[in-house]
Design a protein around this ligand. Structure first.
Ligand SMILES: Cc1cc2nc3c(=O)[nH]c(=O)nc-3n(C[C@H](O)[C@H](O)[C@H](O)COP(=O)(O)O)c2cc1C
Length: 279
């Protein structure tokens, strides 16, 4: 869940140019007559509505249209009407008013989005994804994920980790078959990533490879992609198939792709049950 505020503009392209060039903001989303600029965690929208009164909108957005429906049920008395799809903007939304008459919008984007998750959202909402859409992961997106994964810590900053991008279908299916149902989710994705560490570069193979792999799972989630940690693949036959030396440690091979499921959240123990303080 996140949000943005839309303000009126009489010249959208000039507004975009100003906020980009003078304030260093990125163009997060261009909707034609509206655009959303990003600065860190600030999402700021502008809309050009010639001849129409437009006082601005506070827009809260959700990941799914089901969440919009659920929000509607709690705000029905304030809503202007039930949620509906807006094909032009590819959103599902409804409007409401706050007690002082400000216009509120509750929506889900029906298309992929650039990252917007807060740190808290990212850490709380990562789930293991085992069902994927068939759509390939764009190469550019892959590099953006690797760019973030690069910042994983490593022993003595040795950076002895390799990410092997697996797009050969035969290789994906072979690795998916190695551990039966435990590794089967790999076959459900358009690609997989093997994360391994080189003992000639790092003395902390396990730690470095696992941290790097977890960094990748968070970076993928930030970019709207799903992953699933598949363990038990540090096997000679798997490494040979991937062209990795058998001495390397293979932390995981994760499927990678656009999620085709929203798994139920598995419960976690309460924090007090596993935290100790030695004061
Ligand atoms: C070390 C480790 C090994 C795992 N091995 C597998 C696996 O082999 N196959 C699989 O489908 N999921 C595997 N998982 C995913 C866990 O089942 C999952 O993280 C856990 O059930 C919590 O669900 P969540 O990730 O959706 O929060 C593994 C996770 C970890 C951290």
């Amino acid at each position: 869940m996140s949000g943005l505020i839309f303000l009126p503009t009489s010249d959208l392209r000039a507004a975009i140019a100003f906020y980009q060039s003078k304030l260093g903001m990125d163009l997060w989303l261009d909707q034609g007559d509206c655009a959303v600029m990003q600065h860190g965690n600030l999402l700021l929208g502008f809309c050009e509505r010639p001849g129409e009164p437009f006082e601005g909108i506070i827009t809260l957005f959700y990941e799914t249209w089901e969440e919009v429906d659920a929000t509607y049920l709690t705000l029905e008395d304030l809503a202007e009407g039930p949620p509906e799809e807006n094909e032009a903007y590819r959103i599902y939304h409804f409007f409401a008013r706050d007690p002082e008459g400000r216009r509120l919008e509750f929506q889900a984007f029906l298309h992929e989005l650039r990252p917007y998750l807060s740190g808290r959202d990212l850490l709380e909402t990562r789930r293991s994804i085992r069902k994927f859409k068939g759509e390939a992961v764009p190469e550019e997106l892959l590099w953006q994920i690797i760019e973030l994964s690069r910042w994983a810590p490593s022993s003595r900053n040795s950076q002895g980790v390799t990410y092997t991008m697996i797009r050969e279908r035969d290789t994906i299916d072979y690795i998916a078959s190695v551990r039966g149902s435990s590794s089967a989710p790999i076959a459900a994705a358009p690609m997989a990533v093997a994360v391994s560490a080189d003992p000639e570069i790092t003395g902390r193979l396990g730690e470095d490879a696992c941290i790097a792999a977890y960094h990748l799972t968070l970076a993928a989630r930030l970019h709207g992609l799903g992953t699933c940690w598949i363990a038990g693949l540090d096997r000679d036959e798997v490494k040979q198939r991937l062209g990795l030396p058998v001495e390397h440690y293979l932390a995981t091979v994760t499927p990678l792709g656009y999620p085709a499921e929203r798994p139920t959240i598995k419960p976690r123990k309460p924090a007090e049950s596993f935290v100790r303080f030695l004061d």
